[in-house]
Ligand binder design. Structure first.
Ligand SMILES: *[C@@H]1O[C@H](CO)[C@@H](O)[C@H](O)[C@H]1NC(C)=O
Ligand SMILES: *[C@@H]1O[C@H](CO)[C@@H](O)[C@H](O)[C@H]1NC(C)=O
Length: 408
């Protein structure tokens, strides 16, 4: 009896230690809070694996619990009028200031795209709702938060196309007038997968000759920008980092394109490139686009190319599509892009995606503000709500809003 209790107790302790303990770098602030937060994410991820293995519910279906946990019904308050609408058939949550300074003053607008690896998340999650309200009140701006459809139920390009439709619909003289928005002061912004969609939409919009109203700025928060090299120095350095370990990011990428597990395995091994995508590897060459300090410890070798074995079907073709990987466009296509804000975190597999884009945009003559957080981790901006509220999230929010104030 006694021995049984002891065994149980030891098992419990080691299991707890296993979940909580993760080698989190000393530099990160509030490490214990991050360890505990991460143990929740890891437990859920293991539960999701088991559930999929047993055929109960697929992995992303279980992970979606995170979204539900934080989902709220956005309602108007003293300062902000909130409405839920459909723009060209796509759901959006619209935040408008309640008071207007003067009848002739037009407002700025931010089209916001939430993160969650194209598979999770919602504009109705409380951290996004809070951020939208803060932007509305501090900038006296309109925020349009897009509820694009998600993978794996809706693979690429559906999430992207939903966003594009909303942006095209919003950027019409008549629609902007309805919300008192200045046509010359509109930005698109997003975090993580939302940053990917924001960068992609900004590029594609420029290619439309009939598009009269263009975006003034793009603000990308730790964006995902390429699917060709999933073994950049930041992917290597941060592969077990909290919140977004490499496996989860690779899983998001593969689910965005296809539910075929063979593609996921090829992406894990970084052997997923085909002859078409490999001709674009020069655009994501970290040996050329990262500052020396970031790749000193790593030797560059181009990702392997699989000839023939991967059929040139949907997922394989999507790899070379800049609407999925905005880093894949040539310099000429970067030149006339609007000014950019790019936030990157040191402890993030996606760090190098953001840095490479900043480098390439600057080289093409685009005005870039690159804010790098030495103690930052992926997803930090979302952690503004108790009990998972982090000091770094507050700093990031303040700096992000400050940039919008000064540049939009
Ligand atoms: C990447 O850049 C390095 C030089 O920094 C070069 O040696 C290598 O061939 C390049 N690889 C690709 C695929 O462009
Ligand atoms: C990089 O290559 C050099 C020379 O071949 C080798 O000494 C070093 O160990 C390699 N570094 C890594 C991180 O693989």
């Amino acid at each position: 009896m006694r021995l049984g209790s002891i065994i149980l107790f030891v098992a419990f302790c080691s299991l707890t230690a296993y979940y909580v303990y993760e080698p989190i770098p000393e530099e990160i602030e509030e490490r214990w809070k991050l360890m505990l937060t991460n143990s929740f994410f890891r437990s859920l991820s293991h539960l999701a694996d088991i559930s999929e293995l047993l055929g109960l519910k697929d992995y992303m279906g279980v992970m979606y619990f995170i979204t539900l946990l934080e989902k709220i019904a956005p309602v108007s308050d003293e300062h902000v009028k909130v409405t839920e609408e459909k723009f060209d058939g796509v759901e959006v949550v619209l935040y408008q200031p309640k008071h207007r300074g003067s009848d002739t003053d037009l407002r700025r607008a931010i089209i916001y795209l939430h993160g969650g690896g194209w598979c999770l998340g919602s504009s109705r999650m409380s951290p996004y709702d809070l951020l939208a309200r803060k932007v509305v009140t501090e900038l006296d701006a309109v925020v349009l938060s897009v509820e694009y459809r998600l993978a794996p139920a809706h693979h690429f390009p559906i999430p992207y196309e939903d966003v594009y439709r909303v942006v095209k619909h919003f950027l019409q003289k008549g629609v902007l007038a309805q919300y008192y928005v200045h046509p010359g002061r509109i930005a698109v912004s997003g975090d993580s997968a939302g940053g990917n969609l924001a960068a992609a939409v900004t590029q594609q919009l420029l290619k439309e000759p009939s598009q009269q109203i263009q975006l003034k700025a793009q603000a990308l928060i730790y964006p995902v920008l390429q699917a060709l090299d999933l073994y950049t120095p930041s992917y290597q350095q941060n592969q077990y980092m909290p919140i977004l370990p490499r496996t989860l990011m690779v899983r998001f990428w593969s689910e965005y394109f296809t539910s075929d597990k063979a593609f996921f395995r090829a992406m894990m091994a970084n052997t997923h490139n085909n002859p078409e995508s490999s001709s674009l590897l020069k655009f994501v060459n970290w040996s050329a686009f990262l500052p020396e300090t970031y790749h000193r410890k790593y030797n560059y070798s181009a990702p392997a190319v699989t000839e023939g074995t991967v059929a040139m079907d949907g997922p394989s073709r999507s790899l070379a599509d800049p609407r999925a990987s905005p880093l894949l466009v040539p310099d000429a296509a970067l030149r006339s892009l609007p000014k950019a804000y790019i936030l990157t975190c040191e402890y993030d597999v996606l760090r190098d995606d953001g840095i490479m884009y900043a480098t390439r945009l600057r080289a093409a003559g685009v005005e870039v503000t690159h804010e790098h957080y030495d103690t930052g981790f992926h997803g930090a901006l979302m952690f503004t709500v108790w009990p998972t509220d982090f000091l770094i999230a507050r700093r990031m929010t303040d700096n992000y809003i400050k940039w919008l104030k000064e540049n939009l």
